[in-house]
Write a protein that binds this ligand. Structure first.
Ligand SMILES: *Cc1c(COP(=O)(O)O)cnc(C)c1O
Length: 355
């Protein structure tokens, strides 16, 4: 190992939660990874400490101008008790891209992966083994300079925290009801749509809240200029199966380059299914539905893997997709991806990294 991170173990290990009743993002393990940046030393002092509060001056930059970023991935326990990660080098690569956009100094990508492996290893007993459970890994960086002027912070901290999580669909996969958002926008060309930053999320909460009040699960975002082109579904990437062809919007700066999205495209092409990344209008989706050619709609992301859409509503026009049932391709993708993640099938693509 190129890196060696000192470990300070907790004196008060917490009881592990009941693996049958895990609620996403509410419980955290015993340890966390911390590393600091300052202009003299660069990124330095990476170490593993007991999980605990962060004490910061109220004037700290992150609180005021949101200079920060985050990532999300999972560790999975296999049937034989191994702990493994799914394509963590892609999260490290995306960290570099996000950092560049929000003026956070670059971190070595190998170091990010090694830090993830090191902290997961220390808390490996926290990786649950009940069906569909996993250990959610949240790396994040915050600007820590106590200064109210508007310019990039001169100091930063990089943390990795861990949270055991249950299956996304405890009662089995249920298709979602999605409201096509034609007022609020998530991202614009030239903005931060491709970067994993908290600011994107703050700006999206209101649309999500209004959609939930109207009885929907999430919104489908359209482009920020014409409110016509399909972009994302909530905080997941969007896929449409039309007449046997799978289409998804291209990565043109307003879409978050999902690792699940990339893996889905890879699998579909490997299976010989026609797959196209192109700009398309919500009107085209409705036309395909009217012509009986809209076969499936699904969203992709680390949390749910594949989330089938059962209903879309755009300008008060509601359409039902695939009888509100999970489609064949959605099902196949979900089964294959989770089989790779949990080590139930051979990893043909070099996606698995053992801890
Ligand atoms: C994280 C994220 C995704 C999904 O990315 P994965 O790497 O597949 O988890 C999609 N859209 C947004 C806005 C995101 O923040």
């Amino acid at each position: 190992m190129k890196y060696n991170f000192p470990v300070t173990r907790t004196d008060n290990p917490k009881p592990k939660p009941d693996p049958q009743n895990l609620v996403f993002g509410t419980q955290f393990t015993d340890h966390m990874f911390v590393m600091s940046y300052n202009p003299d030393q660069g990124w330095h002092g990476g170490k593993i400490l007991p999980y605990g509060p962060i004490i910061l001056d109220p004037s700290t930059a992150i609180f005021h101008y949101a200079q920060g970023m985050f990532e999300g991935l999972k560790a999975y326990r296999t049937a034989v008790g191994k702990v493994q990660l799914f394509r963590p080098e892609k999260n490290a690569r995306r960290t570099t891209v996000t950092n560049e956009r929000v003026c956070i100094p670059a971190l070595d990508e190998d170091l990010i992966v090694e830090a993830i492996k090191a902290v997961v290893d220390v808390d490996r007993e926290w990786v649950p083994d009940a069906e569909g459970t996993s250990l959610y890994i949240r790396p994040f960086i915050i600007a820590t300079e106590p200064y109210l002027g508007v310019r990039p912070s001169s100091t930063f901290k990089f943390y990795i925290i861990l949270s055991p999580v249950g299956p996304y669909y405890p009662g089995g996969i249920k298709p979602t009801k999605i409201l096509v958002e034609d007022q609020y926008v998530r991202a614009m060309v030239g903005g931060t749509g491709f970067a994993k930053v908290g600011g994107n999320y703050a700006a999206s909460l209101k649309a999500q809240e209004e959609a939930i009040k109207k009885g929907y699960t999430q919104v489908l975002w359209l482009d920020g200029i014409e409110r016509q082109y399909v972009e994302e579904i909530g905080t997941s990437n969007a896929f449409f199966v039309i007449n046997g062809e799978v289409i998804t919007p291209p990565l043109t700066g307003t879409i978050l380059p999902g690792i699940t999205r990339d893996s889905v495209l890879h699998l579909l092409r490997h299976w010989g299914i026609k797959t196209t990344e192109k700009k398309f209008k919500i009107e085209e989706v409705y036309d395909a539905h009217a012509a009986g050619k809209l076969e499936e709609v699904f969203a992709t992301g680390t949390a749910a893997v594949i989330s089938p859409v059962g209903e879309l509503c755009w300008k008060d026009r509601a359409i039902t997709i695939n009888n509100n049932e999970i489609g064949e391709l959605s099902h196949r993708l979900y089964d294959e991806l989770t089989a790779i993640q949990y080590g139930r099938v051979k990893d043909e693509f070099g996606w698995i990294v053992e801890v």
